[in-house]
Design a protein around this ligand. Structure first.
Ligand SMILES: NC(=O)c1ccc[n+]([C@@H]2O[C@H](COP(=O)([O-])OP(=O)(O)OC[C@H]3O[C@@H](n4cnc5c(N)ncnc54)[C@H](O)[C@@H]3O)[C@@H](O)[C@H]2O)c1
Length: 266
């Protein structure tokens, strides 16, 4: 078991695939131990999901502890935190990555309350209350170890600022998540806990697989200045820079990882 004073421990939500997986692989290279939480938990499956990530991370010499949990269920939050502390006895960094797109892209004039609630429950409400719980634990740990360097990183999206009228609930969830990051940055500054937001652009994962051809076309037409898909490792490297403390004087930072989608052109 890891003890205080050994490697810093990161809890990543939605770590079983995609961007969360990419973050885990990068942080493992950078000297962190990892607790990876996901709603999908299949110990017998070593080809994909948390237990594939575990094998990959452990090959690089870091610890990876799979945790079953649904960020939308507030009752799961205590269990997730309890398991992480039982395993590592500390939590240094939280990466709020778990998130979903609407199951069906629907025009804002036809958007349903069911989809709205599902997306907001996972992307916003659940993430808000998990952060509240973990922040409380970080504050508690600071009493024993005042020099500890904690941080919280939110993975929002360029959709926090860009309108897509066929997935309004997603854009709304990410815009509100951006304010959530700002609010926690404000409140936690007195404890020296830095809070950051990363806005990925178009990243190649299972989430974007259904719209692959549409996005290929948009990228080729110039929507992304750097004219390529982003990869989970692009986001992972940005998280690693924040987690390592290279932006120590920048709490509240909003970091775009989007190949320049934030630049408006005329
Ligand atoms: N892929 C993109 O282009 C893109 C762009 C901007 C932002 N993002 C954001 O990045 C994050 C990761 O996206 P991705 O593309 O890797 O998605 P993904 O669907 O490929 O992976 C998401 C992971 O989160 C897990 N998950 C889903 N709901 C959960 C819940 N309630 N509790 C715990 N785990 C849950 C899934 O099982 C999965 O392992 C999301 O917040 C997404 O909104 C993605």
């Amino acid at each position: 078991m890891n003890k205080i004073g050994e490697k810093p421990v990161v809890l990543i939500t939605g770590a079983g695939r995609g961007i969360g997986r990419g973050i885990a692989l990068e942080l493992a290279q950078e000297g962190f131990d990892i607790a990876g939480c996901d709603i999908v938990f299949e110990p017998e499956n070593k080809k994909s999901g948390l237990f594939e990530v575990q094998q990959k991370v452990q090959m690089s010499g870091a610890e990876f502890f799979p945790v079953k949990g649904d960020v939308a269920l507030l009752d799961d939050h205590g269990k997730i935190l309890h398991e992480v502390l039982k395993k590592f006895d500390r939590i240094d960094i939280l990466v709020n990555n778990a998130g979903v797109a609407p199951k069906v892209r629907t025009d804002i004039l036809e958007a349903t309350p069911e989809s709205f609630d599902r997306v907001l429950d996972i992307n916003l409400r659940g993430t808000f209350f998990l952060t509240q719980k973990v922040a409380g634990e970080m504050i508690r740990q600071l009493k024993d170890n005042p020099d500890a360097k904690h941080a919280i990183i939110f993975i929002s999206s360029v959709s926090a600022a860009i309108s897509s009228t066929i997935r309004a609930e997603y854009c709304i969830s990410k815009a509100a998540l951006s304010m959530t990051a700002k609010l926690f940055a404000d409140r936690l500054s007195e404890f020296g806990i830095n809070v950051y937001e990363i806005r990925p652009g178009i990243i190649e994962t299972d989430m974007t697989a259904p719209v692959r051809e549409r996005y290929d076309k948009l990228i080729a037409e110039g929507l992304v200045l750097q004219k390529r898909w982003g990869f989970p490792a692009d986001v992972g490297k940005a998280v690693a820079a924040l987690a390592k403390g290279y932006f120590a004087y920048s709490t509240g930072l909003v970091l775009e990882v989007s190949g320049g989608m934030n630049i408006q052109r005329f």
